[in-house]
Design a protein around this ligand. Structure first.
Ligand code: CAA
Length: 260
């Protein structure tokens, strides 16, 4: 696929995806969503030695200011449902990606942009970042998982308020509410995200994948999270990395994980 709106840079095992529609504050139009689907569904899983993915927005003003509102006019109920379902499916690809995905939020993360950040495993906010779900201003509600994931991160009380009022919150409040992992000076979001990925890359890769799967299982309908943990623990025990990790501990040396 030719990427038009998502710039992809692969450096030192880290893929940095920059949503690049600066004139529209990086709004997620159909083409951009297809490109995200292609990366997380097709290309990304095949990249050998991938340590993790950083998602950020082009320019200093916005991470992503939402789904592209100009594509919404005249949508019928059925078309709207299809659009939301497609969006949710793509964001599940992000959330279920086998390597850590970190949002480096450099500005507005609104509507679908906040939803994209929430589908990532971790979030770094620049100090000028702003988060919100302003869909009710448009006569809509979030469609890419926002009503569900916002509650998961910050709880029902505050999530309901933000969803109903369309209020935006800044980076400090997002940190205090548990929506983001770290706040850094503006311009250092990607750097911090890469530092975290490098740190995680020193751990056993298969164990990290199992962390992603079991954490997700807590929130998935019909999933027995504790049961998933039991089977994932067993699968880790069968790996060369577990033998290496345990041996390194006993021998008081750094483990050399191979992902096997
Ligand atoms: N879709 C399409 N274009 C957008 C956009 C969006 N979500 N957000 C901003 N833009 C465009 C603006 O139309 C404007 O384009 P022009 O220069 O051609 O007029 C350009 O980006 C710059 O935006 P503003 O002039 O509005 O910049 P501002 O600094 O005055 O305001 C803002 C910034 C507060 C983020 C404002 O742009 C805004 O409120 N944007 C819309 C946010 C929004 O409602 N997002 C939710 C979308 S719906 C959704 O996401 C549903 C879902 O869950 C799937």
């Amino acid at each position: 696929m030719t990427y038009e709106n998502v710039q992809i840079a692969l450096e030192n095992g880290i893929a940095t995806l920059t949503i690049s529609r600066e004139k529209a504050l990086n709004a997620l139009n159909t083409q951009t969503m297809l490109e995200l689907r292609h990366f997380f569904g097709e290309e990304g899983p095949k990249i050998e030695g991938l340590k993790g993915v950083v998602i950020t927005g082009a320019g200093e003003k916005a991470f992503v200011a939402g789904a592209d509102i100009t594509e919404f006019s005249g949508l019928s109920a059925t078309e709207g449902q299809n659009l939301a379902q497609r969006g949710q499916d793509i964001f599940f690809l992000v959330e279920r990606f086998h390597r850590p995905v970190i949002a480096a939020v450099n500005g507005f993360a609104l509507g679908g942009g906040c939803e994209l950040a929430m589908a990532c495993h971790l979030r770094i906010a620049g100090e000028k970042a702003k988060f919100g779900q302003p869909e009710v201003n448009l006569g809509l509600i979030p469609g890419y998982g926002g009503t569900q994931r916002l509650i998961q991160y910050i709880g029902k009380t505050k999530a309901t308020e933000l969803l109903m009022t369309a209020d935006m919150i800044g980076a400090a409040e997002a940190l205090q509410l548990g929506l983001v992992n770290h706040v850094v000076p503006a311009g250092e979001e990607v750097l911090k995200a890469k530092e975290l990925i490098e740190k995680i890359a020193t751990k056993a890769p298969l164990a990290i994948t199992k962390i992603i799967e079991t954490v997700n299982a807590y929130f998935e309908d019909g999933e027995d999270g504790f049961g998933r943990e039991v089977s994932a623990f067993g699968e880790c025990c069968g790996t060369e990395d577990f033998i290496e990790g345990a041996a390194a501990f006993v021998e008081k040396r750094k483990a050399n994980f191979t992902g096997k």
